[in-house]
Design a protein around this ligand. Structure first.
Ligand code: BG6
Length: 500
């Protein structure tokens, strides 16, 4: 019995902001991610205070904005797709840049050159029988909407977004079968700038805590404001997503639309019932993002959570019907690590609505401290099957590492091979458990700009890109050892996971 179905969608994943570059070419407008600037090799960049944004604007000519360069996929997409084809890819996850089509988000008609660019990319993929998997919004929104609407906090963004999303379906429905609406929709509640274009201290009630640093615990009064802003933004994203799912079902029944959330598997730190309950609560919180999109309603417990935490949502008119009518066709997720929770609030840090993991002594960690845990993936896939009974597309997974090109013009990334092998094994086991996994697209199949560090030094690819954090380098592509390994995996449909 083969462990993977014959039509299993092996591939890899990217996003427009992290690969395209070509920032103002062919009339592309700037998105909020084009304003994120590099702050040093270990500094997360995805939190933006008002002063940071002002600085980004004032010092635009001197600061380093890696997302504006990407890896120059804009010019090199043919070469890149040929490399993916050489590995035998059957699926390629990419996103469309909202501002390449609608530079400010407000235009009535899209930029024709932007429209043609994506037609060309899809044509190139189909030439090699690679199925595009397209994320409609991979975090990005037009920068003007940050200034005018406070990002996704305001419902005023929804009509503009729907114009963009409807255009995508109308224009590309015959070239793209698999779509995702919002990338990692839960991230808006962990990193409101990244996921929702929210500059928190634009809110008059938000007083920046002394010594503010991203990923530090926030005092409760700040968490309250943070949670309200981010859950309001999330609500608007749920609405836009459900509306476009309904539209696609009505106008393009050949298309399948999925949600996309960051799967966060949680263990209690000890067998104490209190820790177990905390783990349960946090797991439910993680599943909530799927519940709304796949079941079509807000579960009752989250409404109690909102009440208890003084989170006030301005409900969008008719939202219950909208959510019910816009349920997704499949579940998609990113999965990188598992976490440990404790009932002791003094030992558990929060990042917005999320908890930060404690160390798990049973797991090894990556160069960046992410705890590697394939078994948690198997467990979660089983849970998702039981809860939603929908096909599952694993659209991100992988290991980020510091790497340099050797004199032999390759990278010997045996740690990546080992990481992916163990996760592919876990997926095969889950399939054997009866989970309908339809595809696997590891993250950053070609090295790209890291999302959290906005740098090139955190690499995920099968293909090395010769570019550094400052944008120096030839941008030439080189095959790593994992390139040859993954090619073998795909050719054997997941049967041969042995070393090279
Ligand atoms: C996911 C995002 O959160 O993780 C990607 O969807 C991101 O955009 C990936 O790049 C890995 O995160 P990082 O910070 O290592 O690039």
């Amino acid at each position: 019995m083969p462990r993977f179905p014959d039509n299993f969608l092996w591939g890899g994943a990217t996003s427009a902001a992290q690969i395209e570059g070509g920032r103002c070419l062919d009339g592309k407008g700037l998105s909020h991610l084009d304003y994120v600037y590099y702050r040093g090799p270990k500094s997360p960049c995805n939190f933006m205070l008002k002063a940071d944004l002002e600085k980004a604007r004032k010092e635009e000519s001197t600061l380093n904005f890696p997302n504006r360069r990407g890896i120059d996929f804009f010019h090199r997409y043919k070469e890149d797709i040929a490399l993916l084809a050489e590995m035998g890819f059957r699926s390629f996850r990419m996103s469309i840049s909202w501002t390449r089509l609608f530079p400010t988000g407000k235009e009535d008609t899209p930029d024709p050159e932007g429209v043609a660019f994506y037609h060309n990319v899809f044509k190139e993929l189909h030439r090699y029988n690679i199925e595009p998997l397209v994320t409609m919004i991979h975090y990005e929104l037009p920068i003007g909407f940050v200034d005018e609407f406070g990002g996704w906090q305001s419902p005023e963004i929804i009509p503009y977004c729907l114009k963009y999303l409807r255009f995508l379906i109308d224009e590309y429905k015959d070239e793209v079968k698999y779509w995702l609406t919002f990338n990692e929709i839960n991230m808006v509640c962990a990193v409101p700038w990244l996921g929702g274009g929210i500059v928190l201290d634009n809110d008059p009630n938000f007083v920046i805590p002394k010594d503010f640093r991203p990923f530090a615990p926030l005092p409760p009064e700040i968490s309250g404001i943070w949670d309200s802003a981010s859950h309001q933004a999330l609500h608007h994203q749920f609405i836009a997503s459900a509306m476009i799912v309904k539209y696609a079902h009505e106008t393009a029944p050949q298309c399948l639309i999925g949600n996309m959330f960051n799967l966060h598997h949680l263990y209690p730190e000890t067998p104490s019932p209190e820790d177990a309950y905390r783990a349960h609560e946090e797991s439910e919180f993680n599943m909530f993002f799927c519940d709304v999109m796949a079941r079509g309603y807000y579960p009752k417990w989250i409404l109690s959570y909102y009440r208890r935490n003084k989170i006030k949502i301005n409900w969008y008119p008719g939202y219950e019907e909208i959510l019910k009518d816009g349920k997704v066709d499949f579940i998609s997720l990113s999965y990188y690590l598992s976490s440990i929770v404790t009932a002791d609030p003094k030992r558990q840090e929060r990042i917005g609505s999320f908890i930060r993991t404690l160390h798990n002594p049973h797991l090894e960690t990556s160069d960046f401290g992410w705890q590697v845990d394939p078994t948690a993936l198997r467990i979660s896939l089983n849970e998702l099957r039981d809860r939603f009974n929908l096909p599952i597309y694993i659209v991100e997974n992988g290991i980020g590492a510091f790497e340099t090109l050797g004199e032999d013009k390759t990278v010997h990334d045996n740690y990546r091979i080992s990481y992916l092998r163990r996760h592919i094994e876990a997926i095969a086991q889950a399939i054997d458990d009866g989970v309908d996994v339809i595809g696997y697209t590891p993250w950053g199949c070609i090295d790209l700009v890291s999302c959290s560090l906005v740098s090139m030094s955190k690499r995920y690819g099968f293909v090395y890109v010769d570019a550094d954090d400052e944008g120096n380098g030839t941008y030439n592509r080189y095959r790593k050892d994992s390139f040859w390994w993954y090619k073998k995996v795909i050719a054997s449909n997941g049967e041969d996971l042995s070393d090279l």
